[in-house]
Design a protein around this ligand. Structure first.
Ligand code: ATP
Ligand code: MG
Length: 252
């Protein structure tokens, strides 16, 4: 097991957000964590990379409980992670190449090596030749791709995605799904993707987890999720479809 979370609890703004999350991510797999808006998916990811400290619980990364590490040790562990942030989080005053190269500056690499690795990462996300563009010149989908290039440029062992398809049209969203699948073939990172996009989840995952009311309510293969009798899971999966079947658009 390369990433194991045990009994993770966190209160924020006086409310319990995570109430005892248990989760194991297997080496090399792509695990998708599904859950409704506001259920704590981003908070969970922030704990995994140590941007938030839990009230209780353990987070084991390659055999080390990162909740027990000092800030300095945590910075070292964090180098193994690439994170694709929910809102791309690009720096507007920097070019695409400078944004993608951010994580490489901490490493002692020559200027040429940085350039080469940045170009390689941009090529992997289908943005070769966009090095000198500014974020303001890019579409939402392209910004997501730049965010992805920035996350993979350090060749991380773990890749975390926060809502990689949110805010994109369905065609662009599917193209990001394909890209996630392609990257997985090329860089072999262990990946955790949090999303509420069910189509995306089923198309990219090895296994699915469902975060509900502060706990992992389901963990298993997509076929198992599809057959689940759990009414909460079924309601989530059918969201948006059932009201339409019942003629929600035809009433009133
Ligand atoms: N720094 C914070 N201070 C106080 N409350 C917070 C903080 N961060 C998150 N929360 C609360 O924790 C809950 C979970 O937030 P989180 O951002 O993890 O949700 P999410 O599942 O990622 O939602 P979405 O799908 O909309 O991105 C929310 O109720 C949010 O208001
Ligand atoms: Mg979120």
């Amino acid at each position: 097991m390369s990433l194991v979370i045990r009994g993770l609890k966190k209160r924020l703004g006086g409310k319990p957000v995570l109430k005892g999350v248990d989760l194991e991510v297997r080496e090399g797999e792509t695990l998708v964590v599904l859950g409704r808006s506001g259920c704590g998916k981003t908070v969970l990811l922030k704990h995994i990379i140590g941007l938030m400290r839990p009230d209780e619980g353990e987070i084991w990364v390659d055999g080390r409980d990162i909740t027990k590490l000092s800030f300095k040790e945590l910075i070292e562990v964090r180098k193994q992670f690439g994170m694709v942030f929910q809102a791309s989080a690009l720096l507007d005053s920097m070019t695409v190449a400078e944004n993608v190269g951010l994580g490489l500056r901490r490493e002692k690499l020559s200027k040429d090596e940085i350039e080469r690795r940045v170009s390689e990462a941009l090529e992997m996300v289908g943005l070769e030749g966009w090095e000198e563009a500014l974020p303001a010149e890019l579409s939402g989908g392209m910004k997501k791709r730049v965010g992805l290039a920035r996350a993979i440029v350090t060749r991380p062992k773990f890749l975390l995605y926060d809502e990689p398809t949110a805010g994109l049209d369905p065609v662009m969203a599917r193209s990001i799904d394909r890209l996630i699948a392609e990257l997985r073939e090329r860089i072999f990172s262990t990946s955790v993707i949090v999303t509420h996009d069910i189509i995306s989840a089923f198309s990219v995952c090895d296994r699915l987890a469902f975060l509900h009311e502060g706990r992992i309510r389901f963990l298993g293969y997509p076929e198992e999720a599809r057959c689940s009798e759990d009414p909460v899971l079924r309601e989530f999966f059918s969201g948006g479809i059932i009201p339409w079947r019942e003629g929600a658009f035809g009433r009133g």
